[in-house]
Structure formats: C-alpha cells, structure tokens
Design a protein around this ligand. Structure first.
Ligand SMILES: Cc1ncc(COP(=O)(O)O)c(C=O)c1O
Length: 357
C-alpha cells in the first residue's frame, strides 16, 4: 500500500487537546516532578555551554537493565529511535508492523522508503499476539508491549517467539513501566536481533524534554548510531536519564504502576457498566480502548462537554467507533463517565449527518 492510501499516521493525541478540555487523550502523566528528577535537570542548566557527554547516562541506563554499555543507545525520545531504525535498516527486504499500534514506527518506515506489511491483530482474540501471523520472510518486525492503543500486554515469551536469526525484532516498551515490567524484554540478552525501545517521557512527564533509549543487539545499535545526529540528546535530557535509571526511580515507577492499576480498574468497571460500551482486551497500561456505536459522534459531543479523548480511526485495524481513554484519578473518571453515560444511551448523530442536517 502506498503512503497516500494510508490513514493519517501522523495524528497523535496531543492534536485532540485544547485549552479548557480535560485531557484524556494524551498518555503523559501530569503529576509534579519529584525533586530527585527536577533538581538534576535544573542543575544541568549550569553546564549548557559544554557539548553533551553521554557516557554517565549510558552507563546508568546499562546498569539499570543489566546490560553492557554498548547495548544502550540514548535517543531524543522513543520517536527518534523509530526513525534511526527505519533509516539505518533501509536494506531490510520486508518490514512488518503489528497493528493496532502506535503509528510512528510505520510512518518512519514509510518515510525511509520501506514497503510496510501490516499484520492486524483481531478484536475477536482480544488483540492478542499470534506469532504465526507474522510472515516468515519478515526481517524487520515492530510490535508494542504493552500496546498503544489496545492496552494489551503480550506475554514476554510470545513476543520473544517472533525473534529469529536474520530478523531485527523491535519491541516498543514505551509503557512497560506502567505494567510493572512483568513482560519486559529489556534485560534479555539471549534473544537474537532484539531491539527494545524505551521512553522516559510518559510516566515522568518529560514529553517536552525528549528522552528515551534503545537496548539490545550491539551490532544493530552500532548501525543506528551512524545515522543519529551528533549530540542528539541534550544535557538536561541526559541528566533525566541518569536520575530515572536510579533505584529510587525504579521503586517510584512500581508504586505509580500499582496506583494506576487501581485507577484503571475503577475506569474499566465504570465503562463496562455502560450499555453498548465494549472494553477491548484486558487493559494493562495507562489507557483503555473502547468500542461504542457512533464513537466519532460521541467523541465530538464529549469535546463540547469539556473532555478530549483520543480518536481510534487513525490506528490501522480500528475504526470510527473506537476511542482511547487515559486512566486518571477516580474523581476525574467519575465526572467523565457521568458525562459519557447519557451520550452512550442516546448517541449523537454521526458527524457527517450532523453537518448535512
Ligand atoms: C507506544 C508509544 N511509543 C513511543 C512513543 C513516543 O514516545 P517519546 O515521547 O519517547 O518519543 C509514544 C508516544 O505517544 C507511544 O505512545
């Protein structure tokens, strides 16, 4: 399929947010930064005259994940990792993206000239990964775990079963910390061709700072580093990477994940109680995917009532009836569900019909 035929892969939740709307569209945590993170970032501003030195941050990230330093590549957010992979691995014969998932990997592949084969996991199986669906000749495979937007967490063994000699297997673990890391492959050194993508922008509210990293096969990472711009990661971002690799940060991530699990259960129960709302799979991350008749009209009606949720129709494998909702505190969820309930009982007209009316 050509790029022109594709959905709007460049659409992201931030485009749905506007002043005055409660943001349930973007999966970035908004809590104040803890001092162990804000202080080193602030202190780093005193050294901005020097070019960034990645050494200490690489060592800290390597230690956190139990890997040698040459199995870590720091990036300006996970998003830069996708571009490096797509650009450096232009020689791949068959790139496969397992959908529904975050659209940037496919966008980066297409921008680099790859023909992309989509493997669509069906709703009927709860969007569960079936490794047999991935063609044998795929030599570059992208999958998310847990997956945005389905919130499905695949078993680590099922994801690892996609690996084979001659294939680069890219596992986007941008939200792994939200699940307590139970199915993470970040420390696995025995999986051939594995590249794990990590982001520090979600839980730590650093989307504007741009910090993430890749872990895995040193020969693949070596190829990626040759296409990475010089000094791609700024000194404040490196300070954040060091702070977030510390045991204090890891303990805080576990605590946040536990709180999130209870807030998510509250949201899921409330959504399941609404007639006609289907919650996809078994949500495991900081967002929940739902299907409801007239979803796109409901989304617009929610905007008129003060809530931004993420449209589902730009994700391959989903459609206009799908919406992604961020997990927030229970008070926000209760107010949101109270607003959603009458819209579900009596769905507003489809936006097109409304325009024509
Ligand atoms: C699944 C997934 N991976 C990666 C990213 C990109 O993260 P970063 O801000 O680190 O570039 C996002 C951002 O929304 C995401 O949802």
């Amino acid at each position: 399929m050509g790029y022109a035929d594709s959905l709007d892969l460049a659409h992201h939740g931030d485009a749905e947010v506007a002043p005055g709307l409660v943001d349930l569209a973007v999966n970035v945590r908004r809590d104040p930064m803890p001092p162990w993170l804000s202080e080193p970032i602030a202190a780093s501003l005193r050294s901005l005259a020097a070019y960034p030195d990645q050494g200490p941050a690489r060592a800290a990230v390597a230690a956190r994940h139990g890997r040698p330093v040459d199995e870590v590549l720091l990036t300006a957010g996970a998003a830069q990792g996708f571009v490096l992979l797509a650009q450096a691995l232009r020689g791949a014969r068959r790139a496969v993206v397992v959908h529904p998932q975050f659209t940037e990997p496919e966008a980066a592949l297409r921008n680099a000239g790859h023909d992309v084969t989509r493997v669509i996991l069906p709703e009927a199986t709860g969007f569960a990964l079936d490794p047999a669906l991935v063609p044998d000749d795929a030599d570059l495979v992208f999958i998310g775990n847990p997956t945005n937007p389905t919130s499905v967490l695949h078993p680590a063994a099922t994801v690892a079963a996609l690996a084979r000699p001659g294939r680069v297997l890219v596992v986007d673990e941008a939200f792994a910390d939200t699940t307590g890391e139970t199915e993470s492959l970040a420390a696995r050194r025995d999986v051939p061709g594995l590249v794990v993508v990590r982001s520090l922008t979600k839980t730590w509210g650093l989307a504007g700072l741009r910090i993430g990293y890749l872990l895995g096969d040193r020969s693949v990472l070596g190829r990626l580093s040759t296409v990475q711009p010089l000094w791609a990661v700024s000194t404040p971002a490196l300070a954040a990477a060091i702070a977030c690799a510390d045991a204090v940060a890891v303990a805080a991530e576990r605590e946040i994940a536990a709180g999130l699990a209870s807030d998510r259960a509250h949201l899921v129960t409330a959504l399941r109680d609404l007639p006609g709302v289907v919650v996809a799979g078994a949500p495991a991350s900081s967002f929940v995917l739902v299907r409801l008749a007239g979803g796109s009209g409901v989304r617009l009606a929610l905007r008129e009532r003060g809530y931004a949720v993420r449209r589902g129709d730009t994700f391959p494998g989903l459609g206009a009836d799908w919406l992604r909702i961020a997990v927030r505190d229970t008070a926000t969820t209760d107010a949101f569900v109270t607003t959603l309930a009458p819209l579900v009982m009596c769905p507003p007209p489809h936006p097109k019909e409304k325009l024509e009316a």
